[in-house]
Design a protein around this ligand. Structure first.
Ligand code: PMP
Length: 398
């Protein structure tokens, strides 16, 4: 028997998606980027409406220059883990910069955001503890909880009352309770009601970890995320985030005021047993962070663009989430329809993400669309027009 035979159902699903000459939506190649908003795909200039590059900083001149300078002075890699030879002065500097940005005492930097969740959740929650996870949590949160061996309790998406009820049932049980929520949920772009979760945390004595991967640089007066915009930063014990979205580079982190964070460096396997970030990435990240801090207008432009895209897609009769956020997902009913829609968008020069069940909330296929601060109004209007053309072709919308 083939070692791959267990994946036959997966192979059949993929064949169904690509039959009739459709593309494989999970192996699109962007031949090269031309700017933050335009890339070459299949030899054609294509509008990018499916990245997490919310502020366009992957193409920041300052970040590029900082990376090049640092390559010349520090080389291309560390060849070691953070607890061996992989901590350079730059890693410490970056941790201090991130901690200062969040006004927290401590920061740990990981090699990706995935590893930050994996490493924090698995180390914070031991086998006698409880993890309370939003049902729509990111894969890295679920994977971290498996690695932790803690008891996992899921509560209804964004429902603080449901969480409260489930915590009540744990009254009197020993073991720490760690609530995990996200700032902006990546599939539908919906924002967490953080103040409600903070109130439950205060009332029950649980701990609260917020993954602000999609909300840092996007929400809050200073870009510190949803906790900042809701005025409840003091209630969040641990903020996890990534450099791979609004900061445009790669890497992950956790910040906290709790002195215990330093101990996690010695027991978090995803922190300890992998190579640390290369120096040029650190330099680029620090330059991008300075830009994020010094250019609040990027955040304002991003939200204006989000409202324009959200309103435009709704105006042509497509179904999206209720809130305008930088992620605007068009919800469809049939996988077949979503696959055809996505292929036609790309034929006509617009790239978005196709998200399929089981990875989507409520098992609906999604055309996950995201905006950037660097899109101009004409690009957004053009994308909406192309959505309208395809919707008409498929007999959807108005
Ligand atoms: N958390 C959330 C909510 C995410 O959406 C992602 C990335 N999709 C991550 C964590 C992982 O981040 P990274 O890309 O840095 O591994």
């Amino acid at each position: 028997m083939s070692i791959f035979s267990k994946y036959e159902p997966l192979a059949r699903s993929l064949a169904a998606v690509t039959h009739g000459g459709g593309r494989n939506p999970f192996s699109v190649v962007i031949d090269h980027p031309i700017s933050s908003t335009v890339g070459v795909i299949e030899g054609r200039e294509t509008l990018l409406f499916g990245t997490n590059n919310y502020l366009g900083l992957s193409q920041s001149e300052a970040a590029i220059e900082a990376a090049i300078d640092t390559l010349r002075t520090h080389g291309v890699g560390t060849t070691g883990s953070r607890i061996a030879n992989g901590t350079q002065g730059l890693h410490r500097q970056l941790e201090e910069r991130i901690a200062a940005f969040f006004r927290r005492r401590h920061c740990m930097v990981f090699s990706t955001g995935y590893q930050a969740n994996l490493g924090m959740i698995s180390a914070l929650a031991g086998k006698d503890d409880y993890l309370l996870l939003d049902a729509d949590s990111h894969a890295s949160i679920y994977d971290g909880s498996r690695l932790s061996q803690a008891q996992v309790i899921r509560f209804r998406h964004n429902d603080a009352d449901d969480l409260h009820k489930r915590l009540r049932r744990l009254d009197g049980t020993p073991g720490a309770k760690l609530i995990v929520v996200e700032g902006i949920y990546s599939m539908m772009g919906d924002v967490v009601p953080m103040a409600e979760f903070a109130a439950v945390k205060r009332e029950t004595g649980a701990w609260l970890l917020a993954d602000e991967a999609h909300s840092v640089g996007v929400m809050g007066e200073h870009g510190r995320g949803v906790a900042e915009s809701c005025g409840v930063e003091n209630d969040v014990d641990f903020v996890v985030g990534t450099f791979s979205k609004s900061l445009g580079t790669v890497g992950g982190y956790c910040v906290s005021d709790d002195d215990g964070l330093d101990l996690i460096r010695l027991c978090s396997r995803p922190y300890m047993f992998t190579a640390s970030l290369p120096p040029d990435v650190i330099a680029a990240t620090m330059a991008a962070l300075s830009e994020l801090e010094q250019r609040p207008e990027l955040r304002h432009r991003l939200m204006d663009n989000a409202r324009r895209l959200h309103a435009g897609l709704n105006a042509i009769g497509l179904r999206t989430g209720l809130q305008a956020s930088p992620v605007v997902s068009v919800v469809l009913d049939e996988i077949d329809e979503a696959v055809r829609f996505w292929n036609r968008l790309l034929d006509l020069g617009v790239y978005v993400n196709l998200s399929l069940p089981p990875a989507t909330p409520d098992q609906h296929p999604l055309l996950r669309t995201s905006v950037m601060a660097t899109h101009d109004a004409a690009q957004i209007d053009q994308a909406i027009e192309i959505f309208a053309i395809v919707a008409r072709e498929l007999g959807l919308g108005q």
